[in-house]
Design a protein around this ligand. Structure first.
Ligand code: ATP
Length: 329
């Protein structure tokens, strides 16, 4: 058995985590789950968004599967996700998205977004100025170099053909200018991989008009966040797309979507995004065959179209979709 930390989170988190664990077990993933609180649930219990024992467990077992969490709104609450990324230096946010027959509006998408996860505007440094506030956007050479190298290494290892850098260097000449300059420099180390760059606004239009032209994208934190939701929309919505937060020692796998409070507790959430994150986790652990078996079952279930949740245009419950995937394993 392989030990992993399970973080059910809140909102639809516990419902989809339960569904995903039952599929993992049925597929023979052979995992031992160590369940810990995080976010609103732990805040209600002990006044901490990320309790020390949760951090300890992640440090010990190194791999976590995480449901979405709500960060309480108000002063003094920094996002749980941002804090986790900083605590374990999870500098890469990897978000693969591809088209699903019968489901996706676009049938020609196969894009992996590599998002820098530790700096940019997400450092949360804001301060008051006369008549308003300012936020700091931080871009440094070490963080930029490691994410750009990760993108090219990923492309090389996964037989991808091109890496595109997203930026706004025409306006942000120093911060995004640095990101772009390092990208062009590091690209020279990878002569077999094509590279180009796009300004963020143009990139949004290009992705909607010609998604088939894009392969691996690398971006500073904010653009990576926005663009990966846009790409999720191209392939069928947030209920389908996974993400991995990767550092040198620790890896945390989660869905791209949030805690969806509007549908929480109704038993209608789509577990596929988290399930796809679990497949990424199995790959990471060297259990690729089990991951492939689950991916095939997801594709068959979506293709059959008989047990689709509301976000996919059907009326199935989480349980019905889960059972259909298990039956297709
Ligand atoms: P956050 O700021 O944490 O991303 P949010 O409210 O902006 O939260 P989500 O929680 O991701 O975004 O929800 C956006 C919309 O997508 C909501 O209408 C929600 O119901 C829907 N949604 C998100 N995840 C799922 C899912 N797994 N299944 C079905 N619908 C979902």
């Amino acid at each position: 058995m392989t030990d992993i930390v399970l973080l059910p989170g809140d909102g639809i988190g516990p419902e989809i985590v339960e569904a995903v664990c039952s599929i993992l077990d049925a597929a023979g993933a052979d995992l031992k789950y160590h369940t810990f609180d995080i976010g609103q649930t732990s805040y209600d219990k002990c006044g901490e968004l990320i309790p020390a024992e949760t951090l300890e467990a992640i440090k010990k077992y190194k791999v976590a599967l995480k449901g979405p969490v709500t960060t309480p709104v108000g002063k003094g609450f920094r996002s749980v996700n941002v804090n986790l990324r900083l605590a374990f230096d999870l500098y890469t946010n990897l978000r693969p998205a591809y088209s699903f027959a019968n489901i996706s509006k676009y049938q020609n998408v196969d894009i992996v977004t590599v998002r820098e996860n530790t700096e940019d505007l997400y450092i949360g440094e804001e301060h008051e100025i006369e008549n308003g506030f300012e936020a700091i956007k931080r871009i440094t050479v070490p963080a930029t170099d490691r994410i750009i190298r990760y993108a090219f290494e990923y492309a090389k290892e996964n037989n991808r053909k091109k890496v595109t850098c997203i930026h706004k260097a025409n306006i942000l000449k120093q911060t995004d200018g640095l990101f772009l300059a390092r990208f062009r420099e590091i690209a020279k180390e990878y002569p077999t991989i094509a590279f180009d760059d796009k300004i963020i606004d143009n990139m949004c239009m290009q992705l909607v008009m010609y998604p088939e032209k894009y392969d691996v994208l690398v971006a500073p934190n904010l653009y990576g966040d926005i663009i990966s939701d846009l790409i999720a929309g191209l392939v069928g919505g947030l209920g389908l797309v996974p993400g991995a937060n990767l550092g040198k020692d620790v890896a945390i796998f989660e869905a791209v979507h949030g805690s969806a409070p509007d549908i929480a507790g109704q038993g209608i959430a789509n577990p596929i995004a988290l399930l796809q994150a679990a497949v990424m986790m199995l790959d990471h652990m060297g259990k690729k065959e089990i991951g492939k078996k689950i991916t095939d079952a997801i594709l068959k279930t979506l293709n059959d179209g008989k047990a689709l949740t509301k976000d996919l245009g059907g009326s199935a419950t989480t349980k019905e979709l889960t059972n259909a995937i298990i039956a297709n394993l």
